[in-house]
Ligand binder design. Structure first.
Ligand code: FES
Length: 150
C-alpha cells in the first residue's frame, strides 16, 4: 500500500470513529453533548427507586447460591437457615476489613482472615473483631431484593 493510500484510509477511520460526536454536535436541539458508554456501570443514584432502595438481586439468585454478594454496593444478602429471614449486611469485617463469608451450614458469617464470626443479623459472636456487622434495610418487591444504604 502506498503512503498516500494509507493516509487516506487513516483519515476515513478517524472520521468514522468521530461521526457520532459530530452528529451530536450538529444537532440543533442538543446544547449539551455527553457521551455515555453502554458498558459504564450506573451509579447508585441512577438505579435508586423513588424511596431510595437499590435492587441487588432476586430470590432465585439467593436460593441458587444461598447468598448474594454485591461488591459494588458492599452488601451480602443471606437467608437465616433457622427462621427463613432474609438479611442484608455489610460484609466488611470490622476488625481489618476482610470480606466475611456466609457459612450456610453453620448459619453464620465467618471472616477468613482471623476467624471472627457473626450471626445472621450481624451480631458479633466471636472476635478478634469487636463490633457487629452493620445491617441494611431490605425489602422484597416481587422477586427482587432491594436495600437502602442509609
Ligand atoms: S479482618 Fe476479620 S477477623 Fe481480622
Amino acid at each position: 500500500m502506498e503512503r498516500r493510500e494509507f493516509l487516506k484510509w487513516v483519515g476515513i477511520g478517524i472520521f468514522a470513529s468521530n461521526l457520532p460526536v459530530l452528529i451530536a454536535a450538529c444537532s440543533s436541539n442538543n446544547t449539551d453533548i455527553s457521551i455515555t458508554e453502554t458498558t459504564q456501570t450506573p451509579d447508585p443514584i441512577s438505579v435508586q427507586t423513588q424511596d431510595g432502595f437499590i435492587p441487588i438481586g432476586t430470590i432465585q439468585e439467593l436460593e441458587k447460591d444461598s447468598f448474594i454478594l454485591d461488591k459494588k454496593y458492599n452488601v451480602i444478602i443471606i437467608r437465616d437457615q433457622e427462621n427463613g429471614t432474609i438479611m442484608a449486611l455489610n460484609p466488611k469485617c470490622p476488625h481489618q476489613g476482610c470480606t466475611v463469608k456466609w457459612k450456610r451450614d453453620q448459619n453464620n458469617l465467618e471472616c477468613p482472615c482471623h476467624g471472627s464470626k457473626f450471626g445472621t443479623n450481624g451480631q458479633l459472636l466471636q472476635g478478634p473483631a469487636n463490633e457487629s456487622l452493620p445491617i441494611y434495610t431490605l425489602k422484597q418487591e416481587g422477586d427482587s431484593l432491594l436495600i437502602k444504604m442509609s
